[in-house]
Every structure is written in structure tokens, then in C-alpha cells.
Design a protein around this ligand. Structure first.
Ligand code: ATP
Length: 933
């Protein structure tokens, strides 16, 4: 397969065998240069080619979604009931059952559809960027704006933003599972490959959607968007989130058991009716009504909606959920393992101290002063000691960051650690751009966390070459030849001194090489360096992280800090954050020595881990999990992906995180801030609370309706009216269905919007295996159902007996039944207010904190007034208009639930005060620093 070439730069990688052409030919064919396009040219090409995005196929079509709503055993039972009722001549009843089904299905469908859309929209909240050369300048642009001809820079952890032809590379390895299914990384090289090579063998190309796992490279874009290899198979790219979670599954199971139980009870009820002398149609209708009234058909939709609302709230608090189960898991998190730099600290590095073998200098806002004294003296710039100058210059050359003046302010691109070195040099009056021009870079080994150093080969300005090395002091010192009366212990002592003041310390060294040396090999950086000195920079903790750590402790969550930094730096920052109180940091080297048992002990008992490599993170997560902890773990690098996947909640950084880490994560923080994890935990707990609230509302009201019917059929007398046998019932089947139709959805849904309870972060984490149908929910269901049944049937009997003499059977029955229905509605309204908080009175959580509740109540009241007073409704439902007094009585009986549940809450709060788990027992080993709150 060797398709003909065309002149147009618009062709896709399909039309041109880019992989078989040498780089220069590719650049020429695509009309671009090694230093990239100009901004103007990029804009024109963008218009021509369109944005570099793939058409996403949504996971579920609306039809599938609708079918999923209908294809549910509950719904089938209801539909069969409707058919049977109509066949038996009970057309009105049958139609109302149908209305219940249609309404529930529609509401479920619309809400789930919207929830799905909202969740899909989340993916766009985490921008994908690419680093490109435009006119030789390195800039970051949204990946969607890439065009053929753009020259992109690739580094480990990046997602390849489009199909690209490699122009240069250093140890570049790309994992192409998204395209070829092969999960082992492929090495990429510049050399052309035969035109006939298959996608997996085109080693001179990297394809959009694959991931760089190692090394760096420069490449030219040859195809974007739908023209890429991945674009051609994009139907595989379903971005939709799976809406199933452990909770929705648990509720589906509960729903199935409930349905079976209710069907059995319905059959029994039919038998009871027949034995007591009901006609066949009446008995059947009673059984059907029971089924419809008792089956919580709206529940699955409510759960999904509550989860989706949680996802949206979390997004507004800067935590983007990538996997829906995380919403639930967050609520039971017991340990958060967090990176330090940028997450717990501000990632605003400022060099504060320099050390060279000749002296110690403190960096002020103005200049440098020997031995710690600050000199605000402009003269200082000219008298900058040679040793300090050499250290600062090396720091700017062995450095990939750049500072650009933009609208009067300086803007830093690149790693803040390196930015700090530039700023320090600039403060000393050094001109970074000029230095970089005189000491042109010949080659570089980029910084990788596991190496802890970076090296560059620069022209030394005197015709030779200078190899510069900067990195963690232990790593650099090992490669240095020390003299001048300086030994390694002295330097390391200096490092400790700086680090114990919370500074991140970098050592810088250099070595001269002949001009003939024009490429870096790994053996060049193994030794023979001269130590230039140390630069110590501070990165203060985020204020909000300090409070968030405190909040986590109160919530029974242990916070552990895992950092690549020096142990002393970690201890100092850990102490400032309130994570490390008296202990000390455990280092990665120490972890490596421990067997699994001792590792588990260390993982539990220590809160600060320093000089940790990604593989240690994985072991730590596993160790904590073995101890029964539910672990949230942050990570940003490409090698953090396994630990993120292993953690119960993998948390990636939206700003500084690599694409690989984001894809492995369950949550992405859009502000990289630890406080957002704490916020997400808080939201997770709220969502779970609200689900339990919905359950605690729906189950009792359904059971209550069923009880009213059961009590009526089993125990109420059968009257003889005008020679006919007529069973006395507190409610007609149609009336019961009316309640089911209007109340459940109007009232239960608003609970999903309920605000956080004031004490959500003062409880212990929920046990992940705690059953949804907890003792509390079951007890509440029975209590409320019995109360509701007693209130409604009691009032019915009282009213009927009081009025039957005056109004006659027919009218008295209508009035008493209308009152029974109204009582149930009132009861539900009052009970709803009660359910707004599971533990507190709703006055404490704010009477108006959830307007949706009042919207639901208002709607319901209007509908019920129609039910009572509209002639048309009176005809369909056999109702009678009620006097104001009768209405008041219904409200009064309905309000009975308020004092009863208040007493129940009070009793429960007394009982659970010591447990602090409210409905769940203390789950796990109490995290070390959890304070009683
Ligand atoms: P944290 O885990 O707290 O986020 P980190 O993972 O960012 O920290 P690394 O970036 O792996 O930590 O840095 C580890 C060590 O490598 C640092 O203590 C520092 O000495 C050194 N280092 C960091 N950045 C650079 C760099 N750009 N060039 C050279 N050395 C660096």
C-alpha cells in the first residue's frame, strides 16, 4: 500500500507514507520549518483544517437510555397490572397505573439523560494542552488548535496530541495501547521505516491519543482530528461514563427483592380478599394496587440523579469526577496520601539562600549579601562574588523554564523550581536571555523524577564545552570530585541546615569537555564534576491546605504527605501543615528495606514520606489497603499511574499533571489544590447522606400506602349497601395510585439537592461495606409506615362513623376517603421536612437552604387542591370537597409525624454520640491523629 503523494499539506497520514520519508522531506511536503509555523500561518491552517478534535460517540443513545428505564422488572409488573385492570373493566384504574408508569419513566429518562450530558460535559473541563514551537518560541496551546505543520515538543507523560512525524528524539518511548492494543511501550526513532510498515511498526511516527512514557522528542504534526489514525477508528472512543456504581447496583438488588416480596404479599392479599368475600375483580384490583403502591419504582432514577448532582457540585468545587463510583467512595475515604509540591504547598518557589564552597549568601528582594546579612545596595550587583555568579549562571543554563514579559508582568513557563533559579539570577542583575545566547545549549538530559537530576551541555564561551548538572544534592554530590577543604559531610550538613528550614535544595555542578563533544551520553554524567554550590528555595504551604488538613483530621481522615523532596524539607513542611507532630519522615530508601509486614506498620504509623519514588507509592497504597484503609492518592507523573489505579480514589492534577496520570485517575483537581480533595470528600459524604434521605423517605411512604390497603382488605367490615356487598376501604385503589403518582416523585427528588449537614465533617468515615438498608433505614421505614397507616385509617374511621348518620353511606364514604388521602399527603409533606436531615432538626440545617423542597411541596399542594375541589377530578377519583375544618384536621393528623420523628432523632443521637458513626459503626482502625469532634 503506497498511495500517491499530493502537494497539499492537508493530507492525512493515510494519504502520505510520512513514516517512510526523511524528516526534511516531511517538512517540505507539509510546508513548515523546524522552528514551527508563525501564529498567523497556524491561524489560517486552523480555518482550513478545522479544530484538532475527535468526534466523540456518546455512550448511550437516548433510545437505549429510554429502554433501560422501561426494561426493569418493576415496570413490567406495573404494565402487566395496568393491562389486567383494563381487561377487568377497571379502565380508570388501569389508566392511572399507566400514568404512573409513563410519568416515572419520563422523569427518570429526562433526568438521567441530563445527568449523562452534565457528566459528559465534565471531560471538557480539564483542558488538553500541547507544547509547540511557533516562530521558534515554545508556547503552550490547547491541543484542539494544533494544525498540520506545527512542530510539537513531546515529553514523558504527555498524550501525543495528533499524528506526528518525529524530527528528533532522546530515548523516546510511546505506549500505543489506544491504537494497537499493545500495552508495552514502543521505542521511537527518527529513521524512516519502509512504506509498507503497519501502524504498530511505524517507529518514526507517534499517533494522536497514544502516550509518551519516557524520553523527549520533537515532531511535526502531519494529521489532526478526524484525519488521524485514531480519528478513523473513533467509534471505539466512547467517552461516556458508566452510570453504574456499587450503590446503584445495591439498590437494584434491593429493588428486585422488594418486587418479589411485594408480589408474594399481593397474591396473599388477593387470597385474603377472596376468602373474606370480595369479588374476583375487587381482589385482583386490591392486589394490583398494592403492587403499584409499594414498589419504589422511582428509586433507581433518584439514585442516579443524586450521584449526578454530586458530580456537578464537586466540579464547582474543582474536583472533576472521571469515574462515578468515586463519588461514593469519597465518602468512606480514611486516608489521603498527597504529594507535597503544588498540592499542599503553593508551588511558588523562591530562592532564599545560596551556598558555595566559599560562602553563604542570603537572597533578598534586592541582591546578595555574604553570610546572611541583607544588603539593599545597588552596588552589590557589580560586586557579586564570582563563586555566587558562577552558581547562578549555571542555574539559568541548566534550565528549561523561561520568563516572558507579558502585559507588564513577567510570566513563567515551565517548572517553578527552575523558574525560581531564573528569578534569583535576574535579581542579581544577570541577563538570562543574553547568557543563554552566549552559552548555546548543545544537548540536554531532561529532569525525570526517578533520576532527580538534569544535565545540559553548553558552549563555554571560550571554544570549549561545559557540562552542567543540577539536581538533588545527594545525587549531584555522588558525581563530584570535592577539594578546597570541602568534604561531602560538610556539604550534606549544609543541605540539612537549609532543608530543616523547609527549603528545597538543589546542587549545581559543572565539568569541562572539549569542543568535539557534541552529544550527551549517559556515561558523561556519571562523575568528575566540580561542585559549584547549593541553591535553597522555599515553597510555603497553602493556607487553605492547612485548614483542609485540620478538617480532614476532624473528619477521622489521616493525611499523609508523600514527596520526592529531602527528608528534612518534608519534615519542616509537614510540621507547618500539622501533619507531622513529633515523628520524623520515613525515606524511600528506608521503605525499600522493609518487608511487607513492617511496611504496613510504617505506612500506618508515619505520616511523612520523603525521597519517595513512584514504586514506593504503589507499595504504600497496597499496604494501607491491606490494613483495611480506603485510600485516596494523588499523583502527577507518568510513573504514578499504577499507584493512582491501585488507590481507591486516584487523584490527578489538572494543571501540572501529565496526561497519563489524568487518564489513570478517578478524580482530577482543576486547581491542583489539596483543599479540593477535602471538599470532594465533604461532597461525597453529602451525596451519600442525600441518598439515604431519599431512601428513608421513599420506603416508608410506600410501605405506609401498602399497609393502609392491607389493613383495609384484611380487617375492615364488608358492608351491605342496597343489597350489594361493598367492602369498606380507607382509600380506593385509584386514590392510592393518585398519591403514588403525584407524591413520590414531587417529594423524593428534591432531597437529592439537599445541602450539606453541618456536621458532615465531624463524623467518622462511613464503612465501605455498610449496607444501604441499614438498621436505621429499616427501623425508620416500619415506624413511619405504621404511623402513617394509623393516622390515615384512624381519621377515616372516625370521620365515616361521625358522618354516616347525617350524610348517608355514599357521601360519608367519599368525604372520609378524601380526608384519608389528604392526610397521607400532609403526612408525606411533614415527613419530607423531617427527612431533610437524618440527625438534626431541619431548623438547624436551614429552613430555606433547599428551595426545591418547597417547589415540590407547592406543586403537590396545588395538585391535591385540584384533587379535592375540581369537579372533573371528583368524578374520576370519587372525591368530595372538604371544609376548612376538615382540611385542618388532615394537616393536624399529618403533622403527628413531626414530634414522633423528633423524639426518634433525639434518642438516636444520644445512642450514637459515642459511636460518632450515626448509622454506621466505627469502621476501621482509628486514624492516628483523628481528634474527637
Ligand atoms: P512532590 O512529591 O512533593 O510533589 P516532587 O515529586 O515534585 O515533589 P520531584 O520533582 O521528584 O519532587 O523532585 C525531587 C528532587 O529532585 C527535588 O528535591 C530536587 O532536589 C530535585 N529536582 C526537582 N526539580 C528539579 C529540576 N527541575 N532539575 C533538577 N533537579 C530537580
Amino acid at each position: 500500500m503506497n498511495p500517491p503523494q499530493t502537494d497539499s499539506p492537508t493530507v492525512s497520514s493515510q494519504a502520505q507514507p510520512w513514516h517512510s520519508l526523511p524528516p526534511e522531506a516531511v517538512l517540505e511536503a507539509i510546508q513548515t520549518r523546524p522552528e514551527g509555523l508563525s501564529d498567523a500561518e497556524a491561524r489560517t491552517r486552523l480555518e482550513r483544517h478545522g479544530p484538532n478534535v475527535l468526534q466523540r460517540v456518546s455512550g448511550e443513545s437516548p433510545l437505549t437510555l429510554l429502554w433501560r428505564q422501561v426494561n426493569n422488572p418493576l415496570i413490567w409488573v406495573l404494565l402487566a397490572s395496568a393491562g389486567l385492570a383494563i381487561a377487568l373493566g377497571k379502565v380508570a384504574d388501569g389508566l392511572i397505573v399507566l400514568a404512573v408508569v409513563v410519568l416515572n419513566t419520563l422523569i427518570g429518562f429526562v433526568q438521567e439523560f441530563r445527568a449523562g450530558k452534565a457528566i459528559e460535559a465534565l471531560t471538557q473541563m480539564v483542558p488538553e494542552n500541547a507544547t509547540v514551537l511557533r516562530d521558534g518560541r515554545k508556547v503552550t496551546v490547547p491541543s484542539s488548535e494544533l494544525v498540520p505543520g506545527d512542530v510539537v515538543l513531546l515529553a514523558s507523560g504527555d498524550k501525543v496530541p495528533a499524528d506526528v512525524r518525529l524530527l528528533a528524539g532522546r530515548n523516546l518511548q510511546v505506549e500505543e495501547a489506544a491504537l494497537t492494543g499493545e500495552s508495552l511501550p514502543t521505542e521511537k526513532r527518527v529513521a524512516p521505516v519502509p512504506a509498507s510498515a503497519g501502524v504498530g511498526d511505524r517507529t518514526s511516527m507517534a499517533f494522536g491519543g497514544t502516550h509518551v512514557t519516557y524520553g523527549t522528542g520533537t515532531a511535526v504534526v502531519v494529521a489532526t482530528g478526524g484525519a488521524t489514525e485514531l480519528g478513523r477508528i473513533s467509534q471505539l472512543l466512547s467517552e461516556a461514563m458508566d452510570l453504574q456504581t456499587p450503590l446503584t447496583k445495591a439498590i437494584a438488588v434491593i429493588g428486585r427483592y422488594l418486587t418479589i416480596a411485594i408480589l408474594v404479599i399481593s397474591v396473599v392479599l388477593m387470597g385474603v380478599g377472596l376468602v373474606r368475600g370480595y369479588g374476583i375483580a375487587e381482589s385482583l384490583m386490591a392486589a394490583l394496587t398494592l403492587a403499584v403502591a409499594a414498589i419504589p419504582e422511582g428509586l433507581p432514577a433518584i439514585v442516579t440523579i443524586a450521584l449526578a448532582i454530586g458530580v456537578q457540585y464537586m466540579a464547582s468545587r474543582r474536583a472533576i469526577i472521571r469515574k462515578l463510583p468515586a463519588v461514593e467512595t469519597l465518602g468512606s475515604t480514611t486516608v489521603i496520601c498527597s504529594d507535597k509540591t503544588g498540592t499542599l504547598t503553593r508551588n511558588e518557589m523562591t530562592v532564599q539562600a545560596l551556598w558555595t564552597p566559599k560562602g553563604f549568601y542570603t537572597v533578598s528582594g534586592v541582591g546578595y549579601a555574604p553570610q546572611g546579612e541583607l544588603r539593599r545596595d545597588e552596588q552589590l550587583l557589580s560586586s557579586l562574588p564570582e563563586d555566587a555568579r558562577e552558581l547562578l549562571v549555571a542555574g539559568t543554563l541548566c534550565n528549561d523554564a523561561s520568563v516572558r514579559e507579558k502585559e507588564g508582568a513577567s510570566e513563567l513557563t515551565g517548572d517553578p523550581t527552575e523558574g525560581a533559579l531564573l528569578v534569583a539570577a535576574a535579581k542579581a542583575g544577570l541577563k538570562v536571555e543574553e547568557l543563554r545566547a552566549c552559552h548555546r545549549r548543545v544537548d540536554a538530559i531532561p529532569f525525570e523524577s526517578e533520576n532527580q537530576f538534569m544535565a545540559t551541555l553548553n558552549e563555554d564561551g571560550r571554544g570549549g564545552r561545559n557540562l552542567l548538572l543540577k539536581g538533588a544534592p545527594e545525587v549531584v554530590l555522588r558525581r563530584c570530585v570535592l577539594n578546597d577543604g570541602v568534604d561531602a559531610d560538610k556539604v550534606l550538613g549544609e543541605v540539612e541546615r537549609m532543608a530543616s528550614r523547609g527549603m528545597r535544595v538543589l546542587a549545581v555542578a559543572s565539568k569541562s569537555l572539549p569542543a568535539s563533544h557534541d552529544g550527551l551520553r549517559n556515561e558523561d554524567v556519571t562523575g568528575g564534576f566540580r561542585l559549584l554550590g547549593l541553591q535553597g528555595m522555599i515553597d510555603p504551604p497553602r493556607q487553605e491546605a492547612i485548614s483542609a488538613v485540620g478538617a480532614c483530621h476532624t473528619a477521622g481522615i489521616t493525611v499523609k504527605m508523600i514527596t520526592g523532596d529531602h527528608a528534612k524539607t518534608a519534615e519542616a513542611i509537614g510540621a507547618q501543615l500539622g501533619i507531622l507532630e513529633d515523628g520524623r519522615a520515613v525515606t524511600g530508601a528506608e521503605l525499600a528495606e522493609l518487608d511487607d509486614t513492617r511496611l504496613r506498620e510504617a505506612a500506618l504509623s508515619s505520616n511523612v514520606f520523603a525521597r519517595v519514588a513512584p514504586e514506593h507509592k504503589l507499595r504504600l497504597v497496597r499496604a494501607l489497603q491491606t490494613e483495611g484503609q480506603v485510600v485516596a492518592m494523588t499523583g502527577d507523573g507518568v510513573n504514578d499511574a499504577p499507584a493512582l489505579k491501585q488507590a481507591n480514589i486516584g487523584v490527578a492534577m489538572g494543571i501540572t499533571g501529565t496526561a497519563v496520570s489524568k487518564e489513570a485517575a478517578d478524580i482530577i483537581l482543576t486547581d491542583d489544590n489539596f483543599a479540593s480533595i477535602a471538599a470532594a470528600v465533604e461532597e461525597g459524604r453529602r451525596v451519600y447522606d442525600n441518598l439515604i434521605k431519599s431512601l428513608a423517605f421513599v420506603l416508608p411512604t410506600n410501605l405506609g400506602l401498602a399497609l393502609i390497603l392491607i389493613v383495609g382488605v384484611a380487617f375492615f367490615p364488608i358492608l351491605r349497601v342496597a343489597g350489594e356487598r361493598e367492602p369498606l376501604l380507607a382509600m380506593l385503589p385509584t386514590q392510592l395510585l393518585w398519591i403514588n403518582l403525584v407524591a413520590t416523585v414531587a417529594l423524593a427528588l428534591p432531597l437529592a439537592f439537599e445541602a450539606r449537614e453541618p456536621n458532615v465533617m465531624q463524623r467518622m468515615p462511613r464503612h465501605p461495606d455498610a449496607p444501604v438498608l441499614s438498621g436505621f433505614v429499616v427501623m425508620r421505614t416500619v415506624l413511619v409506615a405504621v404511623l402513617m397507616c394509623a393516622g390515615a385509617t384512624g381519621l377515616f374511621l372516625w370521620e365515616y362513623n361521625a358522618e354516616v348518620g347525617r350524610l348517608g353511606h355514599e357521601l360519608a364514604l367519599r368525604e372520609a376517603q378524601t380526608m384519608a388521602v389528604t392526610t397521607v399527603i400532609m403526612f408525606q409533606i411533614f415527613y419530607l421536612l423531617n427527612c431533610r436531615s437524618l440527625r438534626d432538626s431541619f431548623f438547624r440545617i436551614g429552613v430555606f437552604s433547599n428551595p426545591f423542597v418547597y417547589l415540590g411541596i407547592g406543586t403537590l399542594v396545588l395538585l391535591q387542591l385540584g384533587f379535592i375541589y375540581l369537579p372533573f377530578m371528583q368524578a374520576v377519583f370519587n372525591t368530595a370537597p372538604l371544609s376548612l375544618e376538615a382540611l385542618g384536621l388532615c394537616a393536624l393528623v399529618g403533622a403527628m409525624v413531626l414530634p414522633v420523628i423528633s423524639v426518634e432523632k433525639w434518642l438516636r443521637s444520644r445512642r450514637t454520640r459515642d459511636e460518632r458513626g450515626a448509622g454506621t459503626r466505627l469502621p476501621l482502625r482509628v486514624p492516628r491523629r483523628a481528634t474527637a469532634g
